[in-house]
Design a protein around this ligand. Structure first.
Ligand SMILES: *[C@@H]1O[C@H](CO)[C@@H](O)[C@H](O)[C@H]1NC(C)=O
Ligand SMILES: *[C@@H]1O[C@H](CO)[C@@H](O)[C@H](O)[C@H]1NC(C)=O
Ligand SMILES: *[C@@H]1O[C@H](CO)[C@@H](O)[C@H](O)[C@H]1NC(C)=O
Length: 301
């Protein structure tokens, strides 16, 4: 068997793997229970909500549940990947909390709609505004109903904070359902963004838009077998190209070698990027260009 045939077989094998629930798999490695629910939003999206249910239900009645919301191109996996001692999802579970991990519409485990196929233009007709306006309230309603708690803690990374601010301002009744909010690397005003590739993309957004239209691309950065394979081959421990992966990461999200655990790269690439709509990207681009924080109602796509 020649090399290219074996690579093709390997890619096919990995893409079968990708259909598995990697989030639950990662949670169950630690012998924790894992549950997943499908939540229907008012505008017809079916989003997957992962959960690490509490160890002790009696004790959990005294503790408010936690929502851990991922950022742009991320998924529920982000809060558990670094394992037992270091990931917030695992640590909160160890402390007895009920841990809920949403997956925003359009990401690997939330690619269903009541009427639209996920390959259709209509499916991808949303920005992070809709994630904040529809997905998050539906998720909170589901959790409060399921657990009997009427308030919960919210922790978010990056875009997870942007959508939280959308929800609180557009649906102010949800303010009273939040007992605490921790916004990590929060994103609202982007006038001072430094990332060179993102700045470039924002300034060339019209050209990029024309190109994407031409290509008929509505989804960006989906999780594929190829990037998973690439993550293992090129970014794994001992790979001569690992520094290149690190450089690409730093250029896009900022430099901080101190906090980066390089051994996590292959694991991160198994679930990241998890896919976004191109309008989500465009909407952030508009914030970079305008320096303001606004919904898309004032903008024509
Ligand atoms: C569960 O939590 C309750 C209340 O804190 C405690 O009294 C009980 O011993 C715990 N049960 C187990 C099995 O740990
Ligand atoms: C996208 O949504 C807008 C407003 O909700 C609607 O006017 C438009 O027809 C939609 N486009 C597609 C392709 O579904
Ligand atoms: C709450 O849960 C019950 C029982 O599972 C269900 O019938 C009801 O529709 C739920 N309500 C909301 C607002 O989700």
């Amino acid at each position: 068997m020649n090399v290219s045939v074996s690579i093709i077989i390997l890619v096919l094998a990995i893409s079968v793997d990708a259909a598995k629930d990697l989030v639950c798999q990662e949670i169950q490695i630690h012998d924790y229970p894992c549950e997943s629910y499908e939540v229907l939003t008012e505008d017809g999206y079916v989003v997957t909500l992962h959960r690490i249910p509490p160890r002790n239900l009696t004790y959990a009645r005294e503790l408010k549940p936690f929502i851990l919301m991922h950022g742009l191109i991320g998924s529920a996996a982000d809060f558990i990947l670094s394992g037992k001692q270091r990931s917030l999802g695992c640590m909160l579970h160890e402390k007895g909390y009920d841990v809920w991990l949403p997956n925003a519409r359009g990401t690997t485990y939330s690619k269903r709609h009541m009427h639209f196929d996920s390959s259709s233009e209509s499916f991808w007709n949303f920005t992070w505004h809709e994630i904040g306006y529809y997905d998050l309230p539906a998720t909170i309603d589901f959790i409060t109903n399921k657990t009997g708690h009427n308030k919960l803690h919210y922790v978010a990374h990056s875009q997870g904070s942007t959508i939280f601010l959308v929800m609180l301002s557009e649906r102010p009744e949800y303010n009273e359902k939040i007992v605490s909010a921790s916004l990590l690397a929060p994103v609202a005003f982007l006038a001072n963004l430094e990332s060179p590739p993102l700045r470039l993309m924002a300034s060339e957004s019209e050209k990029i838009e024309t190109l994407l239209n031409h290509l008929g691309l509505h989804e960006l950065f989906p999780s594929t077998a190829l990037n998973q394979l690439g993550g293992h081959l090129f970014c794994g421990k001992g790979a001569p190209t690992q520094n290149l992966c690190i450089l690409v990461t730093y250029l896009s999200v900022g430099f901080s070698d101190y906090e980066m655990d390089r051994s996590l790269f292959p694991k991160i690439f198994e679930t990241t990027p998890a896919g976004i709509s191109r309008k989500q990207f465009q909407h952030f681009g508009q914030l970079i260009n305008s320096g303001k924080y606004h919904s898309t109602r004032f903008i024509s796509f």
